[in-house]
Design a protein around this ligand. Structure first.
Ligand SMILES: [Zn+2]
Length: 56
């Protein structure tokens, strides 16, 4: 297999993995009982890493 084709296959594989990880993360965040820690620019829940910007 030539290198460009290998790279494309690798990218496809990684995109699929990212999609799975994002799904896993969002399901964790949906089920989380958030305990936000405020910072000047955003608030982040250390339990699930969900964050919200405080800029509107
Ligand atoms: Zn949370």
């Amino acid at each position: 297999m030539n290198r460009p084709l290998q790279i494309k296959e690798e990218i496809k594989r990684l995109k699929h993995m990212i999609q799975q990880l994002e799904q896993e993360l969002s399901s964790i965040q949906l089920g989380c009982d958030h305990e936000y820690q405020n910072s000047p620019l955003s608030k982040t829940c250390p339990l699930c890493q969900h964050s919200e910007s405080l800029y509107y």
